[in-house]
Design a protein around this ligand. Structure first.
Ligand SMILES: [Zn+2]
Length: 114
């Protein structure tokens, strides 16, 4: 499962910070990723709650900032966002579109610690 390796590397980052900064507990974590990056927030939450047991991040709240998918239309040369997997341009209906954003990897934006 994809989410398991993600939570594992997130927890490694947290432990690393804890060693350097000397905090004892993580209250919340804010993460961002693209809507099309194949990360299921609920699966991630679950994997995190299991793997964080016994670490400084146990019980930490997770907040997700999910970035929208953005497509570029070759016909009218404009950008638009879409949740559809086979999208057409919202401006002109053109189907020659290129995905420009939405597949961003997971990133740690903020960490609230004690
Ligand atoms: Zn268009």
């Amino acid at each position: 499962m994809h989410e398991l390796s993600l939570t594992r590397s997130l927890l490694e980052i947290v432990e690393d910070y804890a060693r350097r900064e000397g905090f004892t507990k993580v209250r919340s974590l804010k993460l961002s990723f693209g809507r099309l990056s194949c990360i299921d927030p609920e699966a991630f939450r679950f994997a995190f709650s299991v793997q964080a047991r016994g670490t400084k991040a146990e019980g930490a709240e997770l907040e997700f900032d999910i970035r929208p998918a953005v497509l570029y239309c070759f016909r009218c040369e404009r950008e638009f966002s879409s949740d559809a997997f086979r999208p057409a341009c919202v401006h002109c209906g053109g189907e020659e579109v290129l995905l420009t954003r939405g597949t961003e990897e997971m990133k740690l934006l903020e960490m609230d610690v004690d």
